[in-house]
Ligand binder design. Structure first.
Ligand SMILES: Cc1cc2nc3c(=O)[nH]c(=O)nc-3n(C[C@H](O)[C@H](O)[C@H](O)COP(=O)(O)O)c2cc1C
Length: 653
């Protein structure tokens, strides 16, 4: 099999399937777009190989009736110039997590190598091995059934049959999912596999199940049909799979028939390693592929937060891997590969690694559409966002240069409207500009700002910085349309002492406009409050964090755990369910455990959310033929909604 470049699209569930796991149009179009974007080889998401092990939101491959749907995916990828594989999975004991979400859960067989429930992480600091002592692990309480030899035979056969369907559907290769804590990796893991028969015990015996599957698949699909084996080089679990064991197992996978190895990491308890967030540096898993590559002679694929083309090139040039796999980078920008090839690095809409794609929003649109992305509103809706030039160009004022305003302005201008963007500050970006200045986000967040700014430039949008739009200006300009994207500004609390000199806004602190004393109380238990508390504690200050309700509401769980653990480690005192009563010059009064408590502080930092800026829209009523509001000025939410609303409005005008 010959691939046109060394870029692989990593398997990613699209969360958009028919009731039985049938492929839908959205999924076909999604893959077609990625193929069009120039990636050499697409490994499509995991599919369910047995009805008795079905899980929600995944495509099915356990019956020949699914072949025509799968064929549509293979054809779409081929027509657009890439090669394609489909991935096969059995979730094993992890079905306990999904069984409440499927029809007829009583039909499921929840099997594992041993009747051991999985370990759940309560505390974990990613990225820092020496800090793993801070972790607390508890066992889940539902053990799987121990797979009998009969079960093992049935499952191996099901993998082989499913692989045959992948071939029959016209794919170029098949990938077996032996990582991420699913059934095969349960057999590979000493934590989950405590069998005393030939499938457990030594490192080699734990690899037997995987090898028998690879062998059966290979025999079924034939010598010429490539079989790729994906596994976790390390699962970063205490006593779990480590790189020394997997380096010994890798040659066994090859001997069994694997033609390439795809080296990922993690299991469900350490899932932050599977898709590293903005809290990780670039390429945190490459060293695993590098170690495996030294142990085998077949091609090895590296994955995990491979962000920039220059870094990807380095991984290849230094011989650390034969292929680089990109996941979220291709959700954010399906054209990544073409842009990289043409040297247009600055045109890439970079993933910000915010994990929103995994933060399953309980919102009807999101649930209907499937996978979603903060920076790419067109994900899974590609056809809806094709720019069609307007036949009726209009004069449009966009007010507010945050992500919503910038996205709307660029798209409107690209459609042929005459757009001017007004921003009252001297910088574009609004709250995103502030977020981009935060220490932990500096690697990834500013890239979105850069992309949006560059888009304005390239499209030719006129931008007025430091300009506050008034009804007078609108009357003079006489636009056909005004788009209001005035965003939101930091909220304050309605309590005594809020105007004291010792009170500062978190945003002002981030921007370096104000300083704090050595002893600080941060009020606000969401993202901003947690990050500011972390930052101040990191500077050596004595910090208390006060949350009116529970800590970390709305934060994606991995990121929440990381931040919370850093706070604990840095000695921040955390007060949850703790309303503030009054601010005094030397500290604040709070209600804690039904008692009035005084927390001493030289400075009080407010991170209590934002309030929408609606003033202008009220004043413009009746002045302009059409006025629209988008983004946080409608209702404060995260950046995904700002960009989405900006894009949706622009496409509709
Ligand atoms: C939305 C989403 C769905 C995923 N689904 C799968 C899957 O079906 N099978 C799999 O092996 N990995 C899956 N992964 C992991 C990716 O293949 C990849 O290993 C991971 O995202 C790290 O690569 P990245 O940093 O380039 O995103 C998924 C990741 C994401 C973000």
């Amino acid at each position: 099999m010959k691939v046109k470049n060394r870029i692989v699209m990593s398997p990613m569930g699209t969360v958009a399937h028919g009731p039985e796991g049938e492929i839908t149009d959205r999924t076909v179009i999604y893959y077609a777009e990625r193929a069009k974007g120039g990636v050499g080889f697409i490994i499509c998401q995991s599919s369910i190989i047995m009805r008795e092990s079905r899980a929600p939101h995944r495509p099915s491959i356990y019956d020949d009736k699914f072949i025509p749907g799968l064929r549509r995916v293979a054809d779409a990828i081929h027509e657009n110039g890439s090669m394609a594989a489909f991935q096969l999975v059995h979730h094993g004991r992890l079905l306990t997590d999904y069984q409440h979400m499927v029809d007829r859960p009583e039909e499921l067989r929840i099997l594992g190598p041993s009747p051991i429930p999985r370990l759940l992480r309560v505390l974990e600091i990613p990225g820092a091995k020496e800090e793993q002592d801070l972790s607390i692990w508890v066992r889940g309480n539902i053990p799987p059934e121990e797979a009998t030899r009969e079960d093992i035979k049935r499952i191996i056969k099901a993998f082989a049959e499913a692989a045959r369907r992948v071939k029959d559907a016209g794919f170029d290769a098949v990938e077996i999912h032996g990582g991420h804590g699913y059934l095969i990796s349960q057999f590979l893991s000493p934590l989950a596999n405590q069998r005393t028969d030939e499938y457990g015990g030594s490192v080699e015996k734990r690899a037997l199940f995987a090898c028998e599957i690879i062998d059966a698949v290979k025999q079924k699909v034939g010598i010429d049909f490539p079989v790729i084996f994906r596994f976790s080089g390390s699962d970063f679990m205490p006593g779990g799979i480590n790189i020394d064991d997997s380096t010994r197992q890798a040659p066994l996978f090859v001997e069994a028939g694997a033609d390439a190895l795809d080296v990922s990491a993690s299991e469900q308890g350490s899932i932050d390693w599977q898709y590293p967030s903005f809290l990780f540096q670039q390429g945190p898993l490459v060293h695993l592929a590098e170690a495996i590559k030294k142990a085998v002679k077949v091609p090895v694929i590296a994955v995990g937060k491979i962000v920039d083309p220059t870094f990807a090139e380095e991984v290849l040039a230094q011989g650390k891997a034969d292929f680089v796999a990109l996941g979220r980078a291709l959700l954010a920008d399906p054209e990544w590969s073409n842009k990289a090839k043409e040297g247009r690095f600055d045109d890439i809409r970079a993933c910000i690694y915010c994990l929103n794609c995994f933060n399953f929003k309980d919102h009807p649109n999101i649930l209907r559409e499937g996978l979603h992305c903060s920076v790419n509103p067109a994900l899974m809706r590609e056809k809806e966002f094709v720019i069609v030039p307007t036949s009726l160009p209009k004069k449009i004022m966009v007010v507010g240069g945050g992500p919503a305003g910038m996205e709307a302005a660029r798209t409107l201008q690209e459609k042929g409207h005459r757009v001017t963007l007004y921003e009252q500050d001297k910088e574009l970006g609004g709250q995103w500009y502030v977020a981009s200045q935060q220490a932990q986000k500096k690697h990834d967040y500013p890239k979105l700002l850069y992309y949006l700014k560059r888009g304005l430039d390239k499209a030719g949008v006129k931008v007025h910085l430091g300009t506050r739009v008034t009804p007078g200006l609108v009357k003079r300009e006489k636009p056909n349309i005004v788009v209001i994207a005035t965003g939101a500004s930091p909220a304050i609390l309605d309590i005594k002492g809020i105007d004291n000199k010792n009170v500062v806004q978190a945003n002002d602190l981030i921007l370096g406009k104000v300083m704090t004393g050595e002893q600080v109380v941060v009020i606000g238990g969401r993202y901003l409050g947690m990050e500011i508390a972390d930052q101040l504690a990191g500077e050596g200050k004595k910090v208390s964090l006060v949350a009116r309700r529970s800590l970390g509401r709305d934060i994606e769980r991995n990121i929440y755990l990381t931040l919370r653990n850093r706070l604990i480690k840095r000695g921040v005192f955390i007060y949850q369910s703790c309303p503030v009563v009054e601010i005094r010059p030397g500290g604040i009064y709070v209600i804690f455990n039904n008692d009035l408590v005084f927390l001493e502080a030289d400075s009080v930092v407010l991170a209590v959310g934002v309030k929408p800026e609606k003033e202008l829209s009220t004043k413009l009523k009746g002045l302009v033929p059409e006025v629209y509001e988008i983004g946080d000025c409608v209702e404060p939410r995260d950046v995904m909604w700002a960009i989405r609303e900006g894009a949706e409005l622009a496409i509709s005008i």
